[in-house]
Design a protein around this ligand. Structure first.
Ligand code: ZN
Length: 355
């Protein structure tokens, strides 16, 4: 008997134009010729998969040259109180760090604000100085208070004027001329202001912090510590990974289902496109019951909505919550994204301070 040996092939080999061509020929030999065959012909280049859809967007973005000036984002709800507070969500633009995009023109760099293992300390210090000068007082720098973030639900109270670093994932304070900060590269930053009691809060909410209700806890702590009324509070949810990109495992859904009655509405099934599957969908129909097919959709989590729901549950008014709805993973020319850049990325800062 004649045996055919099939050697193990890499994903790149299986997706090469030659491999796809062999599948085409095989299917054509039994009369299966898909209508899109010709149109697909030009989507491949020199043995490499030409990025399509989201990947094409990312590849194009990475090449884009950022502005040399600092570009900060502001939530309109917090900007209304600019006589009382300052606040900002940083972007990549306007820094001196070049490790993450060495191919950019020499005068352009990223505003990396975290002491990452790839970047030099002096770069981060210069970037932080630029942020402080731009957000608050140009001549007399405010004190920056950062967190040693650990994806916990720990909310810290800043009442000691000498402190510049704390452990936990949220800071609350009534001290003036301090910029309290959270650092992110996909996780959700949330800023809070109580205009009645002149108190502020900054939160770092990844999926773990969100699951542990860090924002709800924070509002509770503000009630106890400052006498805040949730209906007076104003909140801003900053740029972070969106429901378009944040795929998670089934275990994350289980955890959320056990905690929140509205959890089902936070998850969506997203089907990724695949060149062979797109071309010959009939080949991939299975006789298995739905949910039991090996070709499943991806599960995406909406952390923006999860945190907005927590703020509502904590008693905030709908009109007092703003969501930036800017996805860091979709926009890597403007934002750092841990997920899109496979961990090789910088950190953005979300800051708020009382004048
Ligand atoms: Zn996205």
């Amino acid at each position: 008997m004649k045996r055919t040996t099939i050697s193990k092939q890499t994903a790149a080999e299986l997706e090469s134009p030659e491999a796809i061509g062999r599948v085409d020929d095989l299917l054509a030999s039994v009369g299966l010729i898909h209508g899109t065959r010709a149109s697909r012909r030009n989507t491949w280049q020199s043995g490499e998969r030409k990025p399509v859809g989201r990947n094409k967007n990312l590849a194009e973005q990475a090449k884009r040259v950022p502005p040399a000036k600092l570009e900060l984002e502001h939530a309109h709800l917090l900007a209304k109180f600019e006589k009382e507070i300052v606040h900002a969500f940083s972007t990549r633009a306007g820094g001196v760090s070049r490790v993450y995009r060495p191919y950019l023109p020499a005068s352009k760099g990223d505003l990396n604000l975290g002491y990452t293992k790839h970047d030099e300390r002096t770069n981060v210090e210069e970037n932080r100085k630029r942020l402080l000068q731009s957000v608050a007082d140009k001549d007399k720098l405010w004190k920056l208070v950062t967190l040693h973030q650990k994806h916990t639900p720990i909310v810290r109270m800043l009442d000691d004027e000498s402190v510049t670093q704390m452990r936990g994932d949220a800071i609350l304070t009534q001290l003036h001329h301090r910029l309290i900060a959270v650092m992110t590269a996909d996780c959700v930053p949330v800023l809070l202001y109580d205009p009645k009691h002149k108190a502020i809060g900054a939160f770092h909410a990844g999926w773990r912090g969100t699951l542990a209700r860090i924002v709800e806890r924070g509002v509770g702590t503000m009630r106890l510590a400052f006498g805040s009324k949730p209906s007076d509070l104003v909140a801003a949810i900053g740029p972070s990974i969106g429901p378009c990109c944040y795929s998670v495992g089934e275990e994350v859904r289980h955890e959320f289902l056990s905690q929140f009655e509205y959890a089902p509405s936070l998850f969506t099934d997203v089907y990724e496109s695949d060149p062979i599957r797109d071309k010959y969908p009939l080949l991939f129909l299975t006789a298995r019951a739905p949910g039991h097919s090996p070709i499943g959709p991806q599960l995406h989590l909406n952390l923006w909505e999860a945190n907005r729901r927590q703020l509502l549950d904590a008693g905030l008014a709908k009109k007092n919550i703003s969501v930036a709805e800017a996805c860091t993973a979709c926009g890597t020319s403007r934002y750092f994204s841990h997920r899109s850049e496979q961990g090789f990325t910088g950190r953005m800062m979300s800051v708020i301070g009382l004048r």
